[in-house]
Design a protein around this ligand. Structure first.
Ligand code: ZN
Length: 407
C-alpha cells in the first residue's frame, strides 16, 4: 500500500476578491508546487459538513476523518484539553475558553484581549476554586486560549456557551451570554448555576489581577473575562487506525488539532517552532512529515495541519492569506522530490472555507487534490474555480478520505 501525506490547510476555501483581480487568495497566489500536484493528479471540491451547517474546525476535521458527529463528537473542550496534554477523567467536564475583554456592561470589546501572548499567570489565579464540591481549574493554551476543567460529582456538559461566538469570530459589541442548562436534568441545572457563579468570581479576580493592572497602564486591553464554549465530557471512540487500517501520525502546531489527533489515537510528532501561527516552522513541518513517511518509518498516514490560513481569513486579510499560501507552497516545494517518487500519495484539502470577505467560516466548498504519481486530470491550477471542473466532482464528508484510501 502507498503511504499517504494528508494535508489540511485550515479555512482554505474562499471567494473571489476584487483587490485580487476577482480571484480567490488561493487562485491569486503563486503556488507552482500545489499547481503541479493538481495538474498531475485529481482535483475536486469538498464540503466537509452538510452545506446548511455552520462549519467549525473540529467538526470539519472529524467529519473528513470519517466520524459521526452525532455519536462520536466529544465537544471542543475535551479536544482542546487533549491538545495541551490535559487528559480528562471520566465524569469531568472540559470547556474551551478564550480570555477576552468586556466593558462594565459585559459587552465584548475584544475577544482576544488585545492578542494577549501568555495567560498562564491569569489561569493560575482563577484555578483551584471550589464551589459546592466542584473544583474549577483553567489550563493555558495558545495565546489567549485555555481550557476550563470541572471536577466533582453530579456535573453535566449539557450547558450553553456564554461566548457569543455564533455572532462571528470577533463578537464586537455583543453582550456575553448567561449560562443556562441545555436539558432538564438536575445535573445540567446544577452545573449551569455553579458555572455562572464561577464566571462572576473569575471576572472579579481577573479585573484586579496585577497582570491586568499592568496591561491597563501600558494601554493594553485587560483579559478580564472568560468566553467559554464547547463543553464536553470524556469520551472514547474507535481509533482512526482501526477504522481505516492504517498506522497514522499527526503534525500540527495549534493544540486543538493535536487534541483531535490524540482523540483519534494518532501519534503526535512534535516539530520545533510549530506554533499554529503565521510564524510557524513550515519547512520543519514538511520535512518532518516526509521523514515520517520514509520507507523505514512505521507510519503510512501522516495528517499535516497548517492553521494560519484560517486566521488570515478571519482577519479579512486576503493579501496575507495569499502570501501565506505562497510560503506554504515554497516549503512544500522543498520536499517534492521525497513525495513524488511513486510510493506516496499526497492530498490537500481544507476543513471549511473562511472567506476573507466574511471574516468568518462558511459552508462554501473547499478545493481538494489527490496526487498519486500518475497523470490524471488536466486541472490548470490549484484553486476553487479550477477544482470545480476536476474529475473528483463535489464530495461530502468522508467521501474524500475514502477516495484517497481506495487509490
Ligand atoms: Zn478550521
Amino acid at each position: 500500500m502507498k503511504k499517504i501525506l494528508f494535508i489540511i490547510l485550515d479555512g482554505l476555501g474562499d471567494r473571489p476578491v476584487s483587490t485580487l483581480g476577482n480571484q480567490t487568495p488561493l487562485e491569486a497566489a503563486k503556488t507552482p508546487n500545489f499547481d503541479f500536484l493538481a495538474q498531475s493528479g485529481l482535483a475536486g471540491l469538498l464540503n466537509p459538513l452538510p452545506p446548511d451547517e455552520y462549519p467549525t474546525s473540529e467538526e470539519g476535521h472529524l467529519s473528513i476523518f470519517g466520524y459521526d458527529l452525532k455519536k462520536e463528537f466529544p465537544g471542543r473542550g475535551p479536544l482542546e484539553a487533549l491538545g495541551i496534554g490535559v487528559k480528562l477523567k471520566p465524569g469531568e467536564v472540559a470547556i474551551r475558553v478564550d480570555f477576552g475583554t468586556v466593558d462594565p456592561n459585559w459587552v465584548v470589546i475584544d475577544a482576544r484581549a488585545g492578542r494577549i501572548e501568555d495567560v498562564s499567570g491569569l489561569c493560575k489565579a482563577i484555578s483551584n476554586i471550589t464551589i459546592q464540591g466542584v473544583t474549577f481549574n483553567v489550563y493555558p493554551g495558545l495565546q489567549h486560549r485555555g481550557v476550563l476543567v470541572l471536577s466533582g460529582k453530579g456535573i453535566s456538559s449539557k450547558i450553553s456557551d456564554v461566548d457569543p461566538h455564533k455572532t462571528g469570530p470577533h463578537r464586537l459589541g455583543v453582550k456575553i451570554l448567561w449560562e443556562r442548562p441545555l436539558d432538564k436534568t438536575l445535573e445540567s441545572f446544577f452545573t449551569a448555576r455553579i458555572l455562572q457563579e464561577y464566571y462572576l468570581a473569575a471576572h472579579e479576580i481577573l479585573k484586579k489581577h496585577p497582570l491586568n493592572q499592568e496591561r491597563i497602564l501600558k494601554n493594553l486591553l485587560p483579559a478580564n473575562v472568560l468566553l467559554a464554549r464547547g463543553a464536553g465530557e470524556f469520551q472514547k471512540v474507535e481509533t482512526f487506525d482501526k477504522r481505516w487500517n492504517v498506522k497514522s501520525a499527526c503534525i500540527a502546531g495549534a493544540p486543538l488539532y493535536k487534541g483531535i489527533a490524540c482523540f483519534l489515537g494518532m501519534d503526535v510528532v512534535e516539530v520545533a517552532g510549530a506554533n499554529g501561527l503565521a510564524s510557524t516552522n513550515l519547512l520543519g513541518k514538511f520535512k518532518k512529515a516526509a521523514d515520517a513517511l520514509s520507507s523505514n518509518s512505521k507510519y503510512d498516514f501522516l495528517f499535516l495541519h497548517i492553521k494560519a490560513v484560517d486566521v488570515f481569513g478571519e482577519d479579512g486579510d486576503c493579501k496575507g492569506k495569499k502570501e501565506f499560501l505562497e510560503k506554504i507552497d515554497i516549503a512544500l516545494g522543498k520536499i517534492i522530490p521525497k513525495i513524488t517518487h511513486g510510493n506516496i500519495i499526497t492530498t490537500v484539502c481544507g476543513d471549511h472555507a473562511t472567506p476573507c470577505t466574511l471574516k468568518d467560516h462558511s459552508a462554501d466548498p473547499v478545493p481538494v487534490l489527490i496526487y498519486d504519481g500518475q497523470d490524471r486530470d488536466k486541472t490548470e491550477n490549484f484553486g476553487e474555480s479550477f477544482c470545480k471542473k476536476g474529475s473528483l466532482g463535489h464530495l461530502q464528508g468522508k467521501e474524500f478520505l475514502k477516495k484517497v484510501l481506495k487509490i
